[in-house]
Design a binder for this molecule. Sequence first.
Ligand code: AMP
Length: 419
Amino acid sequence: MTFIQLGLNQQLQDNLTALEYEKPTPVQEKAIPLILQGRDVMAGAQTGTGKTGAFALPIIEQLVKAPRADKAVRALVLTPTRELAQQVKKSFKRYSKGTDLFIELAYGGVSLNPQIDALKNGCDVLVATPGRLLDLLFKGTFDLDALQFLVFDEADRMLDMGFIVDIKRILKRVPDSRQTMLFSATFDDAIIDLSKRLLNKPELIEVAQRNATASQIEQIVYNVDEDKKRELTSFMIGSKNWQQVLIFVRTRQGADVLAKEMCKDGVKTAAIHGDKSQGARDKVLEEFKSGKTRALVATDVAARGLDIAQLNYVINYELPYIAEDYIHRIGRTGRAGNAGHAVSLMSIDEEWLLEEIEAIIGDKLPQAWYPGYEPDLTKTSSVKKNSKSAQKRRTRERASGKRQSGSNKHRNRSGGRRR
Ligand code: AMP
C-alpha cells in the first residue's frame, strides 16, 4: 500500500516524500481510508505507530478542499498534555506544508492573551489541552459551531488525568454533525464508556494486540536493591555507552534528585516534570534532543507526547503504579520501526507492580540479575504487612493459590538470567 493508493493529494504526498516516509504505517493504512469516507473511528494505536499521521493526513486532505469561514475552527485535536499538543501541531505543520491551512495551539501554563489573539479569527486546526480550550471558549472569541473534525488523542491518558468533566463541557459546544476520532494506547471500560458517548457507529481499528507492547522493543527486568538503582543506572549508561536515555520515575522530586546524583556520577542528566515552567521544559527537551544532555529523567505525565527520533533506551527506574503507564513508557522507544530497549529496575518491594504489568500485557517479562548488582538476599520486603500493596499482593497470592511469589522469588537463583 502506498500513500497514492490511499488517495492523498499531490502536495501531501510530496510532503511525505520530503519526510522520507516510504509507505503508510499499519494504523495509517487502516484509518486514512475510513476517515476519508467520513466514518467515526476508534483506534487502539500505541505511541510511535504513526497515529498522528493516521488522523492528520485525512483531515488535511479534506480541509484543503474547501475554504474556511471567518472565525470558524474546523478541526479540533484534544490532547492530555502540552508536550503532546506541541508535537501534534508540529506534525500537522509538516504534513500540511505548502497549503494555506492555519494550525493553532492552545495549552495552559502560559499566558492566555496571545492565544486569544491568535484565535480571534478562528483557524483550520486547533490542537488544545481541554482546560485551556474551555478557558478560551468562555472568553467567546471563537466558537466550535462549524467544527467538522474532533480528535481525542491519547484518550486513556486524558481520563487518567481527570479530564472527563472538561470533555463533557466541550462536547456541549460541538455540533452533532462532526466526525469524531478517538485514539488510545489502551482500551479499558472507561474508554469504552467514553467512546459510546462520543462516537457514532465507529469503526474499530486495532493494529497491535490490545494492551500489547510494541514487539520491536526488547524488554528486561533487573532485580536490584533500591539503594543500588542509581549506581546501576549510571553504570549501565556509562559502560554500554548509551546515548539519549529516557528514565522514568514516579515523582517530580525523585526526578530532580536522581538527575542531580547522576550528574555527580558523570552522566549529564536533566529532569523534566510538571513543576518546571514551559520554557524550562522546552529547553531541557531541546538539550536532550541535540545530545547536550545524555539522560532525561521524567515523570509519566511530563513524558507524554515527547517524540524524540531514534530514542533507543528507556529505563524504568521505578515501576509505575498504573500498569498501563508501562506501555506508554516503553512506547517512547522503538518508534516507527527502530529497535528499542526497555530496562526495568525492580526492587523487592515492587514485585507486585510487575505482576500487574504482566497481567495487562498478557506476557511474562524476562528477569535477570545484573552482574555486580545482585540483590542482597538477606533483605526482606519493607512493604508493611498491612499496607495497600501488601494486601493487594496477599489477595492475588490467595487467588492464584501460590505463596511462592514475592521475596521467595529472589531465592530461586539458578544462574544469572531467569525465565
Ligand atoms: P506518532 O506515533 O504519530 O507519534 O509517530 C511516531 C514517529 O513515526 C514520528 O517520528 C513520525 O514522524 C514517524 N512516522 C509517522 N508515519 C510514518 C511513516 N509512514 N513512515 C515513517 N515514519 C513515520
